[in-house]
Design a protein around this ligand. Structure first.
Ligand SMILES: [Cu+2]
Length: 261
């Protein structure tokens, strides 16, 4: 989405701009073979189109949960820049220590971002998952966030061609009829540099890919291709206002699909 160009159209025609922006919590891999510090890039971007990057302020919270235990990672954050095909903006590099076997659930709670073209704030509370040694420990547990997508499919090793199933939650309750935008991370960030690698897919015609949750908050999506897929349930969190303006509090989850070779 080119937010500024769309501003007029949005104001005149659309009740809600279908902006496929995603807060990335990106690691090169989800399966961590060797113990050590795994680099993480945080950037607020339109990853399917390698589009506009939004300025990311220092997150309010950045932590990992492993075997139910929370470890604050904010001290690992250092500011950096992220460059897309359209612009560049502030981003962060962090690091997560992966030692013992099991799941590592990465949680980022960003500061609300002011979207000028819509005169509102956006806060994407984001989860991503790592695993070491194949031992499942935490992935199926809620993290008790203001809003989140609870995975019902193990999120770090989905078979390309199968489905991802999730449940949309806000303040601990399922959310019926939630609008969930789906996006393929067509271009992956270059962790050593400030840009992205060459895109491996183009955005679909017809705008954002959207799924709606059912009466009990469940949704599923057929994952057609290996790589990272993001799901963002929009404007469903319990916090609806920030600094006197509307707040879209979104739940984002990143999952990783693999080809069955
Ligand atoms: Cu957008």
């Amino acid at each position: 989405m080119k937010h500024l160009l769309l501003a007029t159209a949005a104001a005149l025609l659309l009740p809600k701009v279908a902006g496929a922006h995603f807060l990335l919590s990106y690691t090169k891999d989800t399966i961590i073979e060797r113990p050590g510090d795994v680099p993480v890039k945080l950037a607020f971007w339109h990853p399917m189109s390698d589009g506009t990057v939004m300025e990311l302020a220092e997150p309010l919270e950045f932590y990992v949960v492993h075997r139910g235990e929370k470890t604050d990672l904010k001290s690992s954050l250092t500011p950096t820049v992220f460059r897309s095909s359209e612009n560049s903006a502030g981003a962060y590099m962090g690091s997560v220590p992966v030692k013992r076997s099991g799941d590592y659930v990465l949680v980022t709670v960003p500061q609300p971002y002011y979207e000028e073209s819509e005169d509102k704030f956006i806060q994407q509370i984001t989860k991503a998952y790592l695993n070491r040694s194949g031992l499942p420990t935490d992935w199926d547990q809620p993290q008790n966030l203001r809003t989140e997508i609870l995975p019902l499919t193990k999120p770090y090793n989905i078979i390309a061609g199968s489905t991802f199933r999730g449940r949309v939650m806000a303040a601990g309750d399922p959310v019926a009829g939630a609008e969930i935008e789906v996006e393929f991370m067509a271009a992956e960030p270059d962790l050593a540099g400030e840009g992205a690698l060459a895109p491996t897919a183009k955005p679909l015609p017809g705008g954002a890919i959207v799924v709606i949750s059912d009466d009990e908050g469940y949704f599923d999506f057929g994952v057609p291709k290996a790589g990272y897929w993001g799901f963002a349930a929009l404007d469903i969190g319990p916090d609806k206002e920030f600094e006197g303006k509307p707040l879209s509090q979104d739940a984002v989850i990143w999952v990783r699909a693999w080809d069955l070779n």
